[in-house]
Design a binder for this molecule. Sequence first.
Ligand code: APR
Ligand code: PHB
Length: 389
Amino acid sequence: MRTQVAIIGAGPAGLLLGQLLYEAGIEAVILERRTPDHVLGRIRAGVLEQGTVDILDLAGVGERLHSEALIHGGVEIGTGGRRHRIAFKDLVGKVVTVYGQTEVTRDLMDARAACGAPSIYEAESVELHDLTSARPWVRFVHQGIEQRLDCDFIAGCDGYHGVSRRSIPAEALSAFERVYPFGWLGVLADVPPAWDELIYADSERGFALASMRSEKRIRCYVQCSLDDKVEHWSDARFWEEFKRRVGEDVAARMTVGPSIEKSIAPLRSFVVEPMRYGQLFLAGDAAHIVPPTGAKGLNLAASDVFYLHEALAGYYRGKPREVLDQYSGRALRRVWQAVRFSWWMTSLLHRFPGEDPFFGRIRGSELQYLFQSESSQKALAENYVGLPL
Ligand code: APR
Ligand code: PHB
């Protein structure tokens, strides 16, 4: 087989890149290790920056989002039984869109099926070859048969555990990482939210987040220890702990329900530089991971593939190869801004096990400053709604 761009991974990054390239008249084949149902079964975040919504519109997949998504003009930050609303609209004139990543992925999968562009699911043993030559190629096994895909470029959209980043010689990459000493236990339940906007709550017992997918489905998290297991947490235990952290008024009025999904996610900050090796370009979780506190993971995947599609479209329209050389630096400038913000939000809202008492006071003081200073609230708001593309 031959194509212009081989895309490894059919998560949000790979699918969105595929649609952007299709709209630009550039051929691409997507190779995905799992089945469509497995990809759709992953429950992730659900807050979209305006820039991400614009990119989804550019890819031609915004219709259902615009009819079903919720628009939020702010979030609430809680600590010590008090809550303060960060009013995005008043502070920076922007809003965020609440629409689950699963729905974004479903819309992208439907659009790709509708346009007939090729995606190969259950592609096993993917290997990337001749990355620094003018003719890279991909080997994979599909339905037991070994296949070869020749291409001009490879887009590594295969996430943190994918094969793309691992195909780059270690000496060609610099990795930056911070692993946080706690995780998030998340629950999805089909009950109406007892909150209008997201609540990020710092409490003596640890962090909690009250979010939602729709007017009928909530997504709630509690900070948990690294050695916690999902089986340690019955629904009853989760809801009791969530209520003790999120605030008495919310606890008193909220309804709970059986978990339809329950999982623990570790928290890490991770970036590799550069996001390119020869004809291989990394995008999304393949290149970086952020703790979910800033809701940046999906939004960074979107901005990466927006920049990558612009670079590839420029190249195929005859621009000098420099347009490809600019991708990594352009993407990383935005990546590091989001990594910083996600690290800051995580450090602000979580009590770290064995925390230095000095840092505990700094954290409390930072929260106090946030509550009293419009400048501090503006800084949080402009990062949360998304810095300009
Ligand atoms: N071969 C083919 N496909 C692979 C391989 C491989 N060797 N390894 C991984 N994949 C696939 C995975 O099955 C997955 O569907 O690549 C896809 C990567 O998707 P994501 O991990 O969702 O990463 P990305 O598309 O960058 O989206 C980032 O997803 O994980 C969340 O928080 C993250 O919201 C962010 C978003
Ligand atoms: C979610 O709804 O899953 C969600 C929202 C905001 C975050 C993290 C997760 O910061």
